[in-house]
Ligand binder design. Sequence first.
Ligand SMILES: [Zn+2]
Length: 362
Amino acid sequence: MNTPGFSFRITARRARARAGVLATPHGDILTPAFMPVGTQGTVKAMTTGELEAPPLDARIILGNTYHLYLRPGLEVIAAHGGLHRFAGWSRAILTDSGGYQVFSLATLNKIDRDGVTFRSHIDGSEHRLTPERSMEIQGVLGSDIAMAFDQCPPGECGPGDHEEAMERTTRWAERCLAARRPAGQALFGIVQGGPDAARRRAHMAEIVGLGDFDGYALGGFSVGEPLTVMYELLDEIASELPEERPRYLMGVGTPADLIHAARAGIDLFDCVMPTRHARNGQLFTSQGTVVISHARHRSDTSPLDPECPCETCRTVSRAYLRHLFTAREILYSRLATLHNLTFYARTMAGLRAELNGIEARP
Ligand SMILES: [Zn+2]
C-alpha cells in the first residue's frame, strides 16, 4: 500500500479466496474481516470495551461522514483531535465519503459536475459536498481509511444512469486522490457500474487506472438486485480487483453473503444488518435465524445459541431475551447486539481459520 503506516500481507489463498493481515496505524486487522457500523460515532448499544473484548474482538469500525458532519459537527470532533478520541476508540476506523447518505437520506437539491448540494434530513439546512470537502471532513474525523467520494445510483436505474454515475465517480475519485490528506490516512477507491459485468469491468479499469489507491471497494451492491445476480457478479469480478490490495464489499450483507463474497476474493465487509436486526428481534445463530418475539421461545430455558461463547449466550436464556424484547427493556438491545456481532465475528474467524489451514477456535 502507498500510504506510510499501512501494509497488506496475504497469508493464505484457497482458489479465489485469501486470508491476510491489513496493518494500520491503529493496529492489525485479520482478513477476511467484518467492520461493525458506528453510524453516529457509536456502534449502537455497544461500549468500546465490549467491541474490543474477545470473542467479538472488532479490530476496525466504520464511521459515517454524512451523519457526523451534520451532528455533532466538525468543530466538536476537531476539539477532541478526531473521531478516535471523541468516541474513545483506539483501534482502526474507516469512514465512508458521505456520498451514499447524501443520495439516500438527504433531500437532494442539485447534483452537478463539481459535487452535490443537499438539505440535511435533520433540520433541512443546506449543505454542499464535493470530493475535496469530503476528504477535508474525513481528514478532521481522522479515520485510518478514507473512502473516495462516489455516486451510488439507485438499484432500479437504467444503463444511462449507471454510466453517468461511473463517469462522475471516476472524475471525483481523481480529485480525491489529488486532495490533501492527513499523514497516516489511507484512501480507497470505489468501483460502481451496477449489475452488468462489462460495465463493472470498464469502471474497475478506470478506477484502478488512476493508480494510487491503497485499496479498492465495490459499491452499489445489495441495492435490490436478486441474490443470484450479486453472487454471479462477485464470482466474476471480485478476484479481478488488484491482487495485492485489500478489497472491500460495501454494505453487504447476511452471513451467507459474506461467506460467498469472501470465497470470491473479498477481504473487508460492513453492514448494518447484525446491529439493526438485533434491535428488531432477528438473531443469527448456528441453527439459523431466530425471531425472538416468537411464542415458542416464551419459556425456553436454553441459550440463544449453544455454540456461541458470547456473554449473552453464556448467561441468559431465550425466554429471558424474549421477555426483555417484549417489555422493550434497554438491556435487550445490548445483549442482542453483542450476540449478533459476535456471530458475524465468528463467521469471519471461521473463514480465516479455514483459509489459513488451522483449527477454528470459538
Ligand atoms: Zn451469543
